[in-house]
Design a protein around this ligand. Structure first.
Ligand SMILES: CC(=O)O[C@H](CC(=O)[O-])C[N+](C)(C)C
Length: 299
């Protein structure tokens, strides 16, 4: 039982926001490949636009330059810091709610519950951000003039077409993805940190251990999250009225037309991104937390 188990949700909020910024710089190019692979149109009798991750990467760079990989980054860069801040805040609150005294160490199930709880807050701001990001990522320079000039134009056009409901399309799918995935994410990180830390380490931060635990947490998150993420990306990029019953319709159409393997489309870039992006996220988080503990030890 030590000070190491003491939780400060407010410090989690700021340190998590900094971790989120670190994540985007490393992770966004992988995310662009993922969304493009998940949403490329399948025309019967024609070869698919991309044969895989490498093909998607080389075609994107050839036709659009490296900037193509960073398309749609404005939305996540402004959205991701608050999302990670709220995610880590929610996790901190979820932990505190389950502690009977401030230094109590939580069980794995309690850590899972705290992580799952954090997804409720993140979904509220994440669902519209993801919709805009996906729509911007799938519009390609090679197929004529862009439909959306940028995030603001995208919001304006969506609102004009279908009001606030259109902007929030995919909220259920985002919850379906993030409630279990966030539970597993935080549980894996905390479990590995404790399991890999020697008894006599005096709570000292080990960058390598933190990056390993963070990277593995990212992998665990996405093992759970990929199938609902495919459904979400399809739903959020489909023309208005394509799936009147939401994610259930996407699932039925996907099974009928492409089979169960389609649920893992875009998995290669997801896993390529998951380790480095979440390794730097947790390193950024722990460093920011250390700084905040030095700045305001009693907060
Ligand atoms: C979908 C997402 O943002 O997942 C985060 C991990 C990642 O790879 O970005 C985890 N979390 C939602 C808990 C912040």
């Amino acid at each position: 039982m030590g000070e190491a188990n003491k939780v400060s949700p407010i410090k989690n909020f700021f340190a998590g926001g900094f971790g989120g910024v670190c994540t985007i710089f490393v992770g966004h190019p992988f995310d662009t490949l993922k969304v493009r692979l998940q949403t490329m149109p399948i025309i019967p009798g024609q070869a698919p636009l991309y044969s895989g991750t490498w093909d998607c990467l080389t075609k994107t760079i050839k036709h659009e330059g490296f900037r193509g990989l960073y398309k749609g980054m404005a939305a996540p860069i402004t959205g991701v810091a608050p999302i990670f801040a709220i995610s880590f805040l929610g996790f901190g609150i979820g932990k505190k709610l389950q502690q009977s005294h401030p230094n109590e160490r939580l069980t794995l199930l309690q850590l899972f519950n705290a992580g799952a709880f954090s997804a409720i807050g993140t979904t509220i701001i994440m669902a519209p951000g993801e919709r805009i990001k996906c729509l911007l990522q799938v519009q390609q320079a090679s197929t004529g003039p862009a439909k959306y000039a940028g995030p603001i134009d995208c919001i304006r056009q969506l609102y004009k077409q279908g009001g606030i409901r259109s902007i929030y399309r995919g909220t259920g799918a985002t919850l379906l993805r993030d409630v279990p995935a966030s539970g597993v994410y935080f549980m894996t990180y905390e479990w590995l940190q404790v399991a890999l830390t020697p008894e006599n380490s005096d709570g000292k931060l080990s960058p390598l251990r933190t990056m390993f635990a963070g990277g593995m947490a990212g992998i665990a998150n996405w093992i759970i999250a990929i199938p609902p993420d495919v459904l979400k990306s399809r739903l959020q990029t489909a023309p208005e009225g394509t799936y009147p019953n939401g994610v259930r319709d996407v699932f039925k159409v996907l099974m009928r037309e492409e089979g169960v393997r389609a649920l893992y489309k875009g998995a290669v870039p997801v896993f390529l991104r998951a380790f480095p992006a979440n390794a730097v996220c947790f390193l950024g988080f722990e460093m920011a937390l250390k700084f905040l503990n030095w700045l305001a030890p009693s907060l």
